[in-house]
Design a protein around this ligand. Structure first.
Ligand code: NAD
Length: 297
C-alpha cells in the first residue's frame, strides 16, 4: 500500500479546535455566543444519530445548541412557522433542517424558507447561486470538508484534472463548483456517464459520491492520484455483522493512489466540523465581526 492516508478525523479535530478558539473570542470580545438550531422531523434512526452527534459537538466547542424535534406528521405550515421564528431569533446564527423530510413535506420549499445567511447547510438557492458565481456564500459541509483536505494536501489545485462521480445537489454539484472555483479542470460523472473507468483514469483528483459500496476499483485510478471517498455504505462481513465502506475499493485504490481518505475516518468527520465552522462564519457575518480565516472558502 503506497498512498498517504488523509486523516479526516485528525483534520476535523483541528477544525473543531479552531472553531472553539473563535467561539471563545466571540464570547470574550463581543459577548456573543454562536447558536445552531437543528430541526428534526420524524424518527428516522440515522437522522436521530446525526442530530445527537451535531448537538454534542456544537456544545463541545462552546456554542449554544437548540434541538427542535417535531412529530413525523407535522404540517408544512407548522414547520415553516418554526423556521420563521428561528430566522427572526437573534440567538440563532445557523439553522439546519435534517434531511430527508417525511414525504408530505416539500424539501425545496422548506430549505428555501431558511434565511440564506443562517443556512449553514448551504442548500438555499441563494447560496447555491452565490457559490456558482464564485461569490461569498454558505458552502455545503461535505464538499467544503473535501476541499479543505485537498487544499491541505496539494497546496494549489490550479490546473489539476478532477473527476467528481455523482451529481447530487448536496455533494456532487457543490463539489464541482468548489473545484472549478479553485481552477481545476472538472468533469462530473454520473449514472449515465459512458466509459466511466476511462473518465476516472484521467483524474488527478477523484471525488466519489455515489452511494454504491466499493464501486471504484484500483485499476480506474491514475497512479499518484488523490482519492476522496465520500460514500458511506454498510456491507455484511463474511464472519457476520456489518461494516462501513466507501464508494471506492480501499485496498486496491490505496495501492495506486498518491493519497486517499479512509472510510470511516476520512470525509465523514469533516462534515460536522464544517457545520460548526459554517455556524461561526454565519455568526461573524451577521454581527459584522471579521470572519475567521481558513474555516470557509
Ligand atoms: P445521491 O444518491 O443523491 O446521488 C448519487 C449520485 O451518484 C447521483 O448523482 C447518480 O447519478 C450517481 N450514480 C449513481 N449510480 C452511478 C453509477 N453506477 N455510476 C456513476 N454514478 C452513479 O447521493 P449523495 O447524497 O450525493 O451521497 C453519495 C454518498 O455519499 C452516499 O453514500 C452518502 O451516504 C454519502 N454521503 C456522505 C456524507 C459524509 O458526510 N461523508 C455526506 C453526504 C453523503
Amino acid at each position: 500500500m503506497s498512498a498517504k492516508i488523509i486523516d479526516g478525523k485528525a483534520f476535523a479535530a483541528k477544525i473543531r479546535e479552531q472553531v472553539a478558539g473563535h467561539v471563545a473570542a466571540l464570547k470574550s470580545e463581543h459577548q456573543i455566543t454562536p447558536g445552531l438550531s437543528v430541526v428534526l422531523v420524524g424518527e428516522d434512526p440515522a437522522s436521530q444519530v446525526y442530530v445527537r452527534s451535531k448537538g454534542k459537538q456544537t456544545t463541545e466547542v462552546g456554542m449554544n445548541s437548540y434541538e427542535h424535534k417535531l412529530d413525523a406528521a407535522t404540517s408544512e405550515a407548522d414547520l415553516l412557522a418554526l423556521i420563521d421564528q428561528l430566522n427572526a431569533d437573534p440567538a440563532v446564527h445557523g439553522i439546519l433542517v435534517q434531511l430527508p423530510l417525511p414525504s408530505h413535506l416539500n424539501e425545496d420549499l422548506v430549505i428555501n424558507s431558511i434565511a440564506p445567511e443562517k443556512d449553514v447547510d448551504g442548500f438555499h438557492i441563494s447560496n447555491v447561486g452565490l457559490l456558482g458565481t464564485d461569490q461569498k456564500s454558505m458552502v455545503p459541509c461535505t464538499p467544503l470538508g473535501c476541499l479543505m483536505m485537498l487544499r491541505d494536501h496539494h497546496g494549489s489545485l490550479s490546473g489539476l484534472d478532477a473527476v467528481v462521480i455523482g451529481r447530487s445537489n448536496i455533494v456532487g454539484k457543490p463539489m464541482v463548483q468548489l473545484l472549478l472555483n479553485d481552477s481545476c479542470t472538472v468533469t462530473v460523472a454520473h449514472s449515465r456517464t459512458k466509459n466511466l473507468p476511462d473518465v476516472v483514469r484521467r483524474a488527478d483528483i477523484v471525488v466519489a459520491a455515489v452511494g454504491r459500496a466499493q464501486m471504484v476499483p484500483g485499476d480506474w485510478i491514475k497512479p499518484g492520484a488523490t482519492v476522496m471517498d465520500v460514500g458511506i455504505n454498510r456491507i455484511d462481513k463474511p464472519e457476520g455483522g456489518t461494516r462501513l465502506v466507501g464508494d471506492v475499493d480501499y485496498e486496491s485504490c490505496a495501492a495506486v493512489a498518491g493519497a486517499i481518505t479512509p472510510v470511516p475516518g476520512g470525509v465523514g468527520p469533516m462534515t460536522i466540523a464544517c457545520l460548526l465552522a459554517n455556524t461561526v462564519t454565519a455568526c461573524c457575518r451577521t454581527n459584522g465581526v471579521a470572519e475567521p480565516e481558513g474555516l470557509t472558502v
